[in-house]
Each structure stands twice: as structure tokens, then as C-alpha cells.
Design a protein around this ligand. Sequence first.
Ligand SMILES: Cc1cc2nc3c(=O)[nH]c(=O)nc-3n(C[C@H](O)[C@H](O)[C@H](O)COP(=O)(O)O)c2cc1C
Length: 439
Amino acid sequence: MLKIDNLPKKVRFNLRNKEIFPNTILSPMDGVTDAPFRRLCRVLSGDRMGLLVSEFVPTDGDAVFNPDGHKQLKFFPEERPFGIQIFGRFPDRMAYAAGKIAETFHPEFIEVNAGCPAPKVAGKGSGSGLLRDLPRLQEILHEVKKTLDAKTPEIPLTLKCRIGWDDESINVMETLKIAEGEGVEMLTVHGRTRLQGYNGLANWDWIGKVAAAAKIPVIGNGDVNSVECARERINTYGVSGVSIGRGAMHNPWIFGQIADAWEGREKHVITAQEALDVFPLYYKFKIEDGATEMNAMGRMKQLAARLCKGFCLDDKCVDRVSRPSLLGHDRDQHLGQERSDCPKTKDERGSALRLGSGTLSSTLCHPGAEGDRIQESDNVAMSVRQALLTSQSAAEMLDRVQELKEGIAREMVFEPECLVNLNGAKETELKFGDQFKGR
Ligand SMILES: Cc1cc2nc3c(=O)[nH]c(=O)nc-3n(C[C@H](O)[C@H](O)[C@H](O)COP(=O)(O)O)c2cc1C
């Protein structure tokens, strides 16, 4: 059934002459979005991901940039259109690396990172450190663009930035002006300051201001975790598309779900069992990519830590949808507050769960008051997560996945869109304040 009424105002955008559909980007995440993770998202989304980008590639370290030393540069033809992101603080080194990468790999775009908040990057003047030195950022963009135009003029230059260094120095409008002046052809704005790190919420009002003033496509980034959220961001803030990072770890199907919605298709509901199937698939992709068993297990746990938060008991009483939503302006007043509708744990049945007996599920379906059931549901999701995170080996983890699939997963659903918080340990505990104060 087509649901054309629900389409957002924009479902595609152009990067130079290339049409990008859907208008989504898998946000680069160092240590996460390597080729196997991108493959996972591609496969689960039916190859409808908009744009893919490499993890950021350092350029400061090499006097003469050598692509051989950088595993982040590995990508596959099926990943196109694909961008390679670089970071650094020396215009000549950035330009040299960009030229070398462009000639060697012919990506669809080269992106300069002006967003990384990590002290070892930003503290040295790279990444979001460039937002404290816009003339340097301008010189970098100028030199990189000059090199690309000379060597590979078919490859556009793009920029990813934050809104500023801190609340007192928000300069994203100047960044836009500089970027457009230097021939940047797409700007992705993460709506946080550097000082904020990943705390609090992205400020989409600033993203909207940039989108309204820009002549180039502006991609909004920060806290997008569902089809609805993507739709609302595009419609409310006028961005050309959205870039999704942590939301893809909570829900690696999100790009396909967005593409389905934008194509007017019904949502494909992911069952809890289907959600658990990502682990053997991801493991296979990691091993095929040459990962050790330990490394592959580490990445499966990294994914489990987020993905398992989306599980809840399949019970009409367990109405997580009634929780405060990330959509709209009222989200700020909800987040960080204690939920009054969520009673403290009274019944710890969930925590009594054990793996190994093969009876994970049967005691969990006693009907109870709605609040109890929500709490119980959270406990079960936490237990599933713990069962996976405490595995001692990849084989044990995959056995546990199988056991969960045959047990409790039959009584659970996967609803990651109900999560309201991508940066806290618990649903209701959004971390505010400056993550990188004094660092
Ligand atoms: C573990 C991690 C690694 C990241 N690495 C990069 C990176 O290499 N390049 C980049 O531009 N942003 C990086 N980011 C930032 C994300 O791309 C994105 O801007 C940020 O997570 C906000 O988007 P989200 O709310 O959708 O996650 C990283 C974020 C995380 C959590």
C-alpha cells in the first residue's frame, strides 16, 4: 500500500550531478563503520543507503602520505557512491593526501573533517579544532580543492563540521560561507559543539539556519534514530538529507526502512529473532574481512550493547511508544527527567534470568500492572544484552544468540525507534553538560 502522504518534502538530493536516494548518509564512526559494518547495513537495507563514508583517515602523521598504511581506505565497488574522509591540520599534507587518495581510489567525494572532538585530534588543532581557527580551515579547503581540481576534477570536495567549539563561539554560519567560497559541494552539520562531545542533544535550530542560508546541500546530523525522526528533521529544518551514526548501531535496518518509507512502501517490521540474526551475519562479514575471532567478538559486543536496547516484551501492555519521543521541540523537556510513569523495580523477575538452562523465557509472561510490565520488559532487554556481553568467546556468544532466538526472543519485539536516548546508559538518563570541558 502506498503512503504518499507521509513522504517528507525531500527524499533525494544531488551531489554535483549524482542523484542520491534515499537522502541519507551512514555517518562515519571511527572504530565502528569499517567495511564489514557498512556491508551489514547495506545488506540489511537492500543496498539503499544514500552515501557511505570511510572512517576518518589521518594525514598529519605522514610527511609523505602513503595510502598503504591506512586500513580505513579499504572499500568495495558495491559501496559506491563512497566518500573518503580525511583529517589533519596542515594544508599541504591534507592536500597531498587528498590528491593521492583521489588518484588511487577514485571515491565519489573527498571529505574534510572539522568535527572530531577527541582531545588527541581537536586538542592538536585538527577535526573540530579547526573551528577555532577558521582561516586555517579555509586554507585547508582551498589547498585540497586546488589539488582535486588539478588531478581529479570529477571528484567533489565536501565538509563535515560541528556548529562551533563551544556555546560562546558558535560559528557554523561562517563555516558555511567559507565552505561555499572554497567550492565545497556538500556540508554535513553535526548540531553539537566540540565541548559538548556527544552529550545532550544536537541543536537542530542551528542546522536549520545553515540549511536555509546554503546554496549547497546541507545534511543534518545528530540523534536521528527512526524513519519518523528523519522525516520530521527533513521537513522541519529544511535539510537536504540526514546523516545517521549511532542510530545505525541501534538499528542497522534504518536506511532500508527510510528508503521503503520514501518509496511509499509499508514498513518492514523486524522481529526480535531477525534482529538477533545480525550477530552471525556480522561475525561472518568480520571474519571474511580478515578479523581475528577476538576482534570480531569485540565488534559483535559493540553492536549488542546498542542493538539489544531495542528489545522489549511483546505484550500490548508494554507500551514503550507512550514514552517521550525524540520528535519535536518538546523532547528537551522530557529527556533527562525521571519518568513518572515508570515505577521503580518491584518485581525483579527479569533479573532472575539465567542462560544455560534453556528456560530463558517461560517465566516472563505473567500479566501484571502496566508499569510492572514496562519495568519487566526493560529488565528482560537488559538481561539479553548482558547474556551477550558476558560471553567469553565468539562461539559462546553465537550459541547464546541461538538460545535466545529459540527462547525469549519469541516473546519479544524489536522496537529501536522507541529509544529516546542515544548517549546514556539508561533510557531516561541523558547526559548533559560538556563532555570535553578542560580537555
Ligand atoms: C565511535 C564514534 C566514532 C566517530 N568517528 C567519526 C569519524 O571518523 N568521522 C566523523 O566525521 N565523525 C565521527 N563520529 C561522529 C558521527 O559521525 C556523528 O557525527 C555523531 O555520532 C552524531 O550523529 P548521531 O547522533 O547520528 O550518532 C564518530 C562518532 C562516534 C560515536
